[in-house]
Design a protein around this ligand. Structure first.
Ligand code: IPE
Ligand code: IPE
Ligand code: MG
Length: 262
């Protein structure tokens, strides 16, 4: 994707000692970075604050990472904001999050416009509270023709539910005789997932040190490189993103083969 070298340098000026944008090859960036934004609650607890405060700080971190990815020229950024299992949380926290999603989206629409970001959602947004759902749909409509980075927010997303949904969509096409069973292949399954318009992520980042997927992109992450940091999501910033990219660029991806270094 197009990258403004000047804006990039400015955004990554005054680097800390251990990392700078020069440590990253801009020619070998992933086309899709995905993030499990975890640790908002623990961030707040460690400061004696309410969990809601952690979520609000988490929004700021996401804003910084969106801008950083735009500056770097990343084509696709996806982020896990609310899982199908997160409905199990206290009603108060669920309500707060739904409200936060809606108000944040309204506030950030000008940013998406300015930075040419196209918004998509992963997950069943029809099942969200009306105000949140309607705001999301407005965001979808208003950014649909943007041609810069695609930002995919996973809200009411669960990977197993997504795969079941894909199975049903395919079964319907078979039942309607528009395809035959022999037509079912990996590309067809991929095309029925919420991520249909995006390539699979090359890099998955999870904050707060948890070593699990929590029902996120099980199909799409088949060969993705993982980067886990102990930092809580509200503390994750542009330099951490560069650290993740440096780590990713130092890996050898094999896809089941024998690799190039042996
Ligand atoms: C991630 O932070 C944000 C959401 C799941 C909405 P958490 O709320 O999971 O924070 P922890 O894991 O309890 O610290
Ligand atoms: C995963 O985090 C979901 C999001 C980041 C939105 P959780 O905090 O819900 O995951 P678990 O419960 O620790 O596995
Ligand atoms: Mg968590």
């Amino acid at each position: 994707m197009e990258r403004n070298e000047e804006k990039l340098r400015l955004y990554f000026s005054n680097p800390p000692e251990d990392i700078s944008v020069d440590d990253i090859s801009l020619e070998a960036l992933p086309k899709h970075i995905s993030i499990i934004m975890d640790g908002n609650g623990r961030w707040a607890k460690a400061r004696g604050l309410d969990r809601s405060q952690g979520h609000k700080e988490g929004v700021k971190a996401l804003r910084e990472i969106i801008t950083a990815c735009v500056r770097l020229g990343i084509d696709n950024l996806s982020a896990y904001a609310f899982s199908t299992e997160n409905w199990r949380r206290p009603q108060r926290e669920v309500d707060l999050l739904m409200h936060l999603f809606a108000s944040t989206l309204v506030r950030e629409l000008p940013l998406f416009e300015r930075e040419n970001v196209r918004l998509v959602f992963l997950g069943d947004i029809e099942a969200l509270p009306a105000k949140t759902r309607d705001t999301f749909k407005k965001g979808l409509a208003e950014t649909a023709s943007n041609t810069g980075m695609t930002l995919a927010l996973a809200v009411n997303y669960g990977s197993r539910a997504e795969i079941v949904r894909a199975c049903k969509l395919i079964a319907q096409e078979v039942a309607a005789d528009s395809i035959s069973i022999e037509d079912i292949d990996q590309d067809l399954v991929s095309s029925k997932l919420y991520t249909a318009s995006m390539p699979d992520p090359e890099l998955l980042i999870r904050t707060s040190g948890e070593l699990r997927l929590s029902n996120y992109l099980l199909w799409q992450l088949a060969y993705t490189e993982f980067y886990v940091t102990d930092k809580m999501w509200p503390d994750f910033g542009r330099w951490d993103l560069l650290r993740a990219l440096r780590s990713y660029q130092g890996r050898e991806r094999r896809f089941g083969g024998v690799g190039t270094s042996k």
